[in-house]
Design a binder for this molecule. Structure first.
Ligand SMILES: NC(=O)c1ccc[n+]([C@@H]2O[C@H](COP(=O)([O-])OP(=O)(O)OC[C@H]3O[C@@H](n4cnc5c(N)ncnc54)[C@H](OP(=O)(O)O)[C@@H]3O)[C@@H](O)[C@H]2O)c1
Length: 330
């Protein structure tokens, strides 16, 4: 078990691993889901639960709502499951075609969109409440007073228990916090060995942070304000654990090959699969970062869960960090 019960509710900050549900529900087009998608979701959820993973990450847009919908089918078929798990979803991105006839993809943190989106998510997930709602990507036209009104309404009506953001800088969080009447509990950011810009920006003398993400200071800000950092794409989409990189970026390819060789070495040394080493690098960080594992493959989910058994040394952590970012220290 990687969770602890607080009263009758499992709080967000007790989880060590989460399952991301972006790959559930089939394609991102208008085709509806079928029994195979439901079975696939059921297998992924059951595997996660067997591995002690009780935190599930969604977004209203994943497979255009079908990821939440297949998850809702599983909840309907398993009475009692809802109370045992933590469900997080996100809103604020509007894909082309939402609503039909509008082809411009955009962000929308308006009060109306947040409230409508949550109602739709609750309906698809077949649940009466969300444990956590995140604002998916920063909206340059954000009116923080409107976000505050929407969050307060959702909280008071029992629809959402906790709130957070995703891909937000410290300044963007500060702006929201000036108006919010509820705390920001989480910030979900891309963070893994091949995308460690959140660390690089704060390293003295880093000549070329590999991913200058504008997120410098985010880890420190979140630690100071007790905001849980969640890591998206924590297994680098498999490129460090068996998936061949077919892209044209030669420098990235070189980083992948060098980092992968070290991971294979550590895999033998720690007697753990490559995925476990990759995820353990994130778990090692003292900010207690929550990896959001995106696999729907039961074997891979199990291999990722073995990360909880791996204890990297400080030296091993830095070896991987330097190879992943492609430049040495000090
Ligand atoms: N907040 C945001 O803006 C944001 C953005 C992206 C994602 N997310 C969240 O983060 C979660 C994880 O992100 P992610 O899925 O991008 O990254 P990930 O966890 O690093 O990678 C998982 C993906 O890589 C594939 N994969 C892994 N190893 C592989 C291998 N050896 N060969 C072939 N394929 C392999 C998986 O396929 P299988 O399913 O077949 O294992 C799956 O599609 C998502 O589910 C979502 O919840 C959030």
């Amino acid at each position: 078990m990687n969770t602890e019960m607080k009263g009758d509710w499992i709080s967000h900050d007790t989880h060590r691993l989460a399952l991301g549900c972006m790959g559930l529900g089939g394609s991102w087009n208008d085709e509806s889901y079928d029994q195979n998608h439901i079975k696939q979701a059921e297998l992924a959820i059951e595997t996660a639960l067997e591995e002690g993973i009780h935190f599930f990450d969604h977004a209203d847009i994943y497979a255009r709502g079908k990821a939440e919908a297949v998850f809702g089918e599983i909840l309907k078929s398993k009475p009692g499951l809802r109370e045992k798990i933590f469900i997080q979803t996100k809103c604020g991105i509007r894909l082309p075609g939402d609503p039909p006839g509008i082809e411009q993809g955009r962000y929308d943190f308006s009060r109306k969109h947040i409230l409508d989106s949550v109602d739709q998510s609750l309906m698809r997930l077949k649940t009466e409440y969300l444990d956590m709602l995140l604002l998916h990507r920063p909206d340059p036209l954000v009116e923080p007073e409107e976000v505050a009104e929407a969050f307060e309404n959702l909280n008071q009506n029992g629809k959402v228990r906790e709130f957070g953001v995703s891909n937000h800088t410290p300044a963007q969080m500060e702006l929201l916090l000036k108006y919010l009447t509820v705390p920001i509990r989480s910030n979900q950011i891309e963070f893994h060995l091949l995308h460690s810009g959140m660390l690089d920006g704060g390293i003295a003398g880093s000549p070329n942070p590999v991913d200058p993400s504008g997120l410098e200071g985010t880890i420190e800000y979140c630690r100071i304000h007790q905001i849980q950092i969640q890591a998206w794409s924590p297994i680098s989409k498999g490129f460090l654990s068996g998936r061949s990189y077919q892209g044209k970026d030669g420098k990235l390819k070189e980083r992948i090959l060098k980092c992968k060789a070290k991971i294979d070495e550590f895999s033998k040394k720690h007697q753990a699969p490559a995925e476990a080493i990759v995820v353990s690098w994130i778990l090692h960080h003292p900010a207690r970062i929550l990896p959001i594992l995106g696999s729907k493959n039961p074997d891979r989910i199990r291999r990722c869960a073995r990360s909880l058994e791996v204890k990297l040394s400080r030296e091993e952590w830095f070896e991987l960090y330097c190879l992943g970012r492609g430049s040495n220290l000090p």
